[in-house]
Design a protein around this ligand. Structure first.
Ligand SMILES: Nc1ncnc2c1ncn2[C@@H]1O[C@H](COP(=O)(O)OP(=O)(O)OP(=O)(O)O)[C@@H](O)[C@H]1O
Length: 583
């Protein structure tokens, strides 16, 4: 096997080449003289009728000619930009030529070719201990390999033999970690990963073992999604503001150094600079946010209090949601929504409690497995922007692929309605039980009847192999960003007011009183303001954003985004992938 040139030293520069020639001239001062001597010797041998092959053999064996050839090769190596390994390879060839027995029928080129073959057969791999001689015949030889994981993927795919249940390396990605290690090859059978037998496991489970293991590497890098904004230039506690790195909510950061408890080093992805910047550690960020929290005036409405009101209202049957667009409930103006969870989510966004708990969310690159249920698609946007319209159109494009979740309701069915088709019709007691068991991602009351979208209704669609598309309010983000549903959240963003005026000239808005009327200018302003608020507070949870300008263009973008969510790797919370307790 030829030596791996990748690990050789870099080719010499021109300056070094001329230096090499000078060295050559110094060490071989009588080069012309020597060559003249060689020619004279050959002439003399011819005159003495000596066999040509014998002459060549004796010449090549002459130590002075060997050192001359080595020097010349060194010279060629310098001029041609060969690397150290090439040079050693050529030297091996020269040595081999000199020891090759040359018969009358051979010529120098054959000798060189045979030398090349001999050298190329040499094994440049590290020496491994021999297999024990007394190995029983039925005993399988096994290799134990150790790969040090870093931030890169392993660069190999695995497959399970459906008949035997055995796991094999299916493919080694060229240039990846496994490829470069040279330790594993396509067709190798995996027996254990980190001491854990893999026989019978699904490839996905093995990947989870690999992803979750910390023991493989001390150097494993950490990726996080920023849940808060940070600007080093307004942070008085940073040791050096210029060494700091600013980031925005939703940015993916690669933490390259956590050795300091207060200041970590990170790069922002996709990285344009190899140089890391200082960012506050989780504990430092929490500490400063707590200080900020306490320094602000007391607000009687905390998230917890509002949620409590919410639940009490539901118990008392007085709760009115007014924001359930997916169920086409009434469209409630913000001013009328006070005291509901909508108020809670608008006024106490993720930047208060939840971000205090978690200023960084650990993430991993996740590729949806084609045989697993699809990721849930959750659309989010200010009321009136066109979330329902886009959802409806997407489902219409291919109802065999896209489907909404069937809601639950306590209202009695109409004559044409069938339970499980339009709605799941259930009693109020059943509904309350589902609420207590946290089975709803969203629920509310309209005209004395409860409506809700349940986790199970979503799971039913996913289990049927379809892509479930729902629209949600911000407060439901937590319920859908779970290992079970793995929601891909798409924000439907309003275009400018002027643009909305142009595109919505013929469109109608559904009012609080279930009537529809043409859009007014103030509707557009309200949509724009609500969209800005939503983006400001929740952008860290958005996997993608689409500006709903022209309906058709927005629909194409939605279709593309939904396909990407299923087909391309995405950053997802590490907790979704790791088994419980390891997050
Ligand atoms: N890009 C667009 N161009 C023109 N009209 C649009 C566009 N997007 C949506 N519409 C229209 O705007 C109206 C409101 O849309 P939709 O009902 O989907 O809003 P929504 O975001 O679901 O809010 P709500 O649930 O409060 O109705 C509909 O008549 C819809 O056809």
């Amino acid at each position: 096997m030829r030596p791996d040139v990748e690990n050789g030293s870099a080719p010499l520069e021109m300056g070094e080449k001329s230096m090499m020639l000078q060295v050559l001239a110094l060490h071989v001062p009588g080069l012309t003289q020597i060559l003249a001597h060689v020619i004279a010797e050959v002439r003399g041998s011819v005159n003495k009728d000596i066999n040509g092959a014998e002459l060549l053999y004796s010449l090549l064996n002459a130590p002075w000619l060997q050192s001359l050839l080595k020097t010349l090769l060194l010279c060629i190596f310098a001029l041609e930009g060969f690397q150290v390994d090439h040079f050693q390879y050529l030297i091996s060839c020269v040595e081999c030529v000199s020891t090759t027995e040359i018969t009358e029928t051979t010529c120098v080129f054959q000798a060189l070719l045979s030398a090349h073959d001999t050298v190329s057969l040499r094994d440049y791999e590290p020496d491994l201990p021999p297999l024990p001689k007394d190995l029983p015949e039925d005993e399988e030889a096994m290799r134990i390999v150790c790969l040090v994981k870093n931030n890169q993927p392993l660069g190999a795919t695995i497959r399970r033999d459906d008949v035997t249940g055995e796991i094999y390396i299916a493919r080694v990605i060229h240039g990846g970690l496994v490829d470069r290690s040279g330790l594993l090859h396509a067709g190798d059978r995996l027996v254990e990963v980190n001491g854990q037998p893999v026989f019978g496991l699904e490839p996905e489970q093995i990947i989870q073992i690999l992803v979750s293991t910390h023991l493989l590497s001390y150097y494993m890098l950490l990726y996080v999604r920023a849940m808060v904004d940070y600007n080093p230039h307004v942070d008085p506690s940073i040791p050096c503001a210029d060494a700091g790195m600013a980031f925005r909510k939703g940015d993916i950061l690669e933490i390259v150094d956590q050795s300091d408890t207060l200041w970590w080093q990170a790069v922002k992805l996709p990285s344009i600079s190899a140089c890391a910047g200082l960012i506050p550690s989780t504990s430092l960020l929490k500490r400063s946010q707590k200080e900020l929290w306490w320094s602000q005036p007391y607000h009687p409405h905390t998230c917890d209090e509002l949620i409590a009101i919410d639940e009490k209202c539901v118990e008392a049957g007085t709760f009115s949601s007014g924001f359930r667009r997916s169920l086409h409930l009434c469209r409630q103006r913000r001013g009328q929504a006070f005291g509901t969870s909508q108020f809670c989510t608008l006024r106490c966004p993720a930047s208060c409690y939840s971000s205090l708990a978690n200023p960084y969310e650990e993430v991993v690159r996740y590729q949806h497995h084609p045989e697993h249920p699809h990721r849930l698609i959750a659309l989010l946007g200010p009321s009136g922007v066109g979330v329902n319209e886009l959802r409806r159109r997407l489902i219409e494009i291919n109802p065999k692929v896209y489907q909404g979740a069937v809601p639950h309701t306590t209202r009695p069915p109409k004559c044409h309605e069938e339970s499980g088709r339009e709605y799941h019709f259930i009693s109020r007691e059943q509904f309350d039980t589902m609420v207590c068991n946290h089975r709803f991602i969203e629920f509310g009351e309209l005209r004395g009847h409860l409506y809700g979208t349940s986790v199970d209704a979503i799971k039913d669609v996913l289990a049927s192999g379809k892509i479930c598309v729902i629209d949600i309010e911000p407060y439901a983000l937590e319920s859908v960003r779970t290992a079970e549903l793995r929601a891909y959240v798409i924000f439907i963003k309003p275009p400018s007011v002027e643009q909305m005026k142009r595109t919505r000239m013929d469109s109608h808005i559904i009012t609080n009183y279930y009537t529809s009327r043409p859009f007014k200018d103030e509707d557009f302003q309200e949509i724009e303001d609500a969209g800005r608020d939503m983006e400001q507070h929740y952008c860290q949870f958005f996997d993608h954003a689409i500006v709903n300008d022209g309906l058709q263009a927005a629909c194409v973008q939605l279709l593309t985004a939904v396909r990407r969510a299923q087909d391309e790797p995405q950053w997802v919370p590490a907790a979704w992938i790791r088994p419980t307790g390891q997050s």
